[in-house]
Structures are given as C-alpha cells and as structure tokens.
Write a protein that binds this ligand. Sequence first.
Ligand SMILES: C[S@@+](CC[C@H](N)C(=O)[O-])C[C@H]1O[C@@H](n2cnc3c(N)ncnc32)[C@H](O)[C@@H]1O
Length: 453
Amino acid sequence: MPTQPDLALAAHLGDDVHFMPDDGSTWPTEPGSGRGRSHGTSSSEAFDRWFRYPAGFASDYVSLLLKQLELPKGSLVADPFAGSGVTGTSARTMGYSFFGIEAHPAIAELASLKLQDAPTDLTGGMKTADRLVRLARQYSDGVDRDFSAETELTRKSFAPDALARLISLRDLIKSGEAGVWSIHAKWALLSTLRDVASVRVGWPYQNPTKTKKAKFADPLLRFQQRLEAMASDLRAVPSRENEQLSLNVVHGDSTDSASWNLLPQASAHGCVSSPPYLNNFDYADATRLEMYFWGEAANWSQLCSKIRSKMITATTQQSSVGSAANASKALEGYGDIAKRISDLTDDLRSERLARARGKEYDRVIPDYFSSVAKVLANLWWAMKPDAPIVWLVGDSAPYGVYVDTPAIIAELAESIGFKAEDDRVLRRRGQRWAKNASRHQVELSERLLLLRR
Ligand SMILES: C[S@@+](CC[C@H](N)C(=O)[O-])C[C@H]1O[C@@H](n2cnc3c(N)ncnc32)[C@H](O)[C@@H]1O
C-alpha cells in the first residue's frame, strides 16, 4: 500500500504538494519547483536546458534516486521510457553506463545527442553559430519571403520577421552548413521556437489563436545563446576515454524485445524510469510545433503515423477496438490482476455509453496494461538478479473511475517474478482542476514504485 500523505495539509498548501516520508525510510523526496522547472525538464540545468520536454524528469531528483540505489562502480542503468535522456545524463555524471529506449523519434535523437561524444573542437561550435547567424541575417532581412510552404501552425506562431529568420536558419542547417554541429544546431533552433513565438505555445498544447509578446525578440541571438549553452554543457563532461562508459539510446518500442537487442541478457544493474501516465497526455502532439516546423510531419495523420506509432496506448486518441480486444486476451495469463483490469474496463465502458460522445478509456486500459506487462517482461530479461527498479508513475481517474496504475503495475510485475518492495506517494497532483465542477473530485498522486528483479 502507498504511504498516505496528509491530504488536508496538502490541500492547504496548494497544487503539486511534495511529501516527506515519515516512516524512517531514506527514500529522498522529489524537490519542489525551482532550478528552472515548474514541470518538465529544467530550463536551467545542464543538458536538461537543451529542450524543455514537458514529460521530462527533474535531473536533480534522478541523481538522488540513482544515489539511493547504491549501484557498484561501472554499473549499467536502463530506462525503457528514456524521453529526453535525463536518467541517461544523470547516470553518466555518476560514472554509470546507460541504455535507454524511446519511442518518439525526435526525442530519442535528442537523448542520444546528449550522450554522444562532443565534436572535438568545441570552439568550432561558436564559429559555426556565428557563421549561421550571419548568413541567416543576410538571407532573411529585407527579403520578402514566401511562407506558403509552411504549415498553418508555423505561419501563425511567429511574427513575419522572426519566421523569416527561423526559416533561413533551418534551411542553412538542413543544407549541411553546420557541419559536425548539424544536430546540435537543429536542437538549438527547435528550442528557440517557443522562446520567440508571438502566440501562446506553452505546454502541452499549442494554441496559436492567443497572441503574446515574444519572450526573446531576436531568434538569431537566441539561437546563438542556445548553441553556446550546449557547447558549455559538453565542455563540462569529463572525457570518457578512461571511463569506458557505454551510453546508448535506441529509437524503438520497449514492448518489443527487438528494441532490447543491444543489451546482453541480465546485464543491467538498475533502472530509473517513468512510463506514460494514463492521463490522455499525447507526447507526439506536445511537440507538434517543432515537428511541423522541421518538416517531420505536416498534419495530424503524419504526426500519428511518423511520431506516435511506437508509443504505448495511453490516450483515447490511440485506442482501437481490435487492439483492446487483443490486449484483454493477452492479459488473461495474469490471473487475478486481469480480473481487476477487466472490471475497470467494464466500469469505463458504462461511463462511455452513458455519455453522448464518451471517450474510449475502456479501450485504453487493457491495451496500456498489456503493453506495460510486455515492457516489464523485457526488463526482467535485461536486469541482473536482485537489481532495483524505480518507476515514477501517477494514478488516474477517467470519468471519476479510480485507476490505481502504480498498484496494478506492481501486481503485473509480481506475476512476472519481480518483488514489489515499496509504493509511496511523492506528491499530490491535478489540483488545478479541483474547482472545475465537470471534473472528478478523486485525489490523485504521483508515486514511486520500487521493484526488485
Ligand atoms: C513520462 S515520459 C518519460 C520522460 C523521461 N523520464 C525524461 O526525463 O524525459 C514517458 C516517455 O515514454 C515514451 N514512450 C511511450 N511509449 C513507449 C514505448 N513503447 N517505448 C519506448 N518509449 C515509449 C514517451 O514518448 C515518453 O517520452
């Protein structure tokens, strides 16, 4: 059972309240806001600041968790939902090797970039930025640009002068002008987009109908600052020559055993990860602005087929009748817990049918848990005996039906063979909606789940 927080105190303190364990356990609590983060990756910590991934961990907390695992020197840390690579960069800082799998192709590229050896000539990065900025200025200023090839979201998100500069930079980078710094320059530019947008494009969803003053007036200057920050983070990484670390992020689906091929069986010493929550958050849609601008997708259907295709079903948009039926069948092998999932599915079906246009949460639930079970089975294969696994995961309550996601994951893990050692509340969440009468009033929290192989 999770350690219950003092919810009355939490309500008094407001949204996203953090808890101190009161049972003598030494698990560290998640630090509150600050250090450049209110949610998502920090905008000020090294590497995290390369791109603000809304689903990202706080790196200071991941470091505390890794320390708590007391892994031997030279250990390998795994993360089946690697995201922007926060566990990876924290592991490297602590002298551990890392293996991560991430389904979002661009975010996997970003995580991988953070862990790659930097180009040897770091000052060359600055010269590259200078040249790109000079050329972009030349090609955009005073030039009457045609934006018709851009998506509507891109056209509406920036003032014309800013957009002309952004497009010039993009075209220069795509033409190879940034040389060995191409991918770094790409991410410096993608991270610049929200900084210079003149409409509301905050996370998670981008709404180009509401105007605002751009946070930074000059995209070229901001791009240069961002590339400089990346080079400075890379400069601070100790040379890996002596350490022989192996640092890999695979773009793949962690439910698929083929995505784990790079990893020898029973080789990982620990895992710190966070699976998608069952809260209808769409990781592909959250990066729509960047994906449209870079030309990775031009419309919703491409976003689904090219960006979202490897992700586990955690939103109603991803659900389908066939996939839910297959998942329910696959779960039958999991004994009692299958019955609990099937009861939840029935409750959610009734809720859907009671509404004119109810959402298909009942199709998400079996698919989600069946996928998580597959990831756990792969993790079982990859981890050493006795290896600790820490997952941060929230519960949810679609239509007010309480889904105790962490407890269900713990039971699935136990039926695979893991020991479920701890399940504790880190913070209460979702209070932003508490006054909305159409929302459910179920208390939700973020939990830390400790499993052992
Ligand atoms: C809660 S986020 C984790 C973020 C990460 N901890 C970080 O610091 O950036 C969950 C991540 O899982 C990814 N994901 C979803 N389904 C996946 C799958 N089948 N295989 C690998 N990654 C997946 C999502 O794209 C998302 O980036």
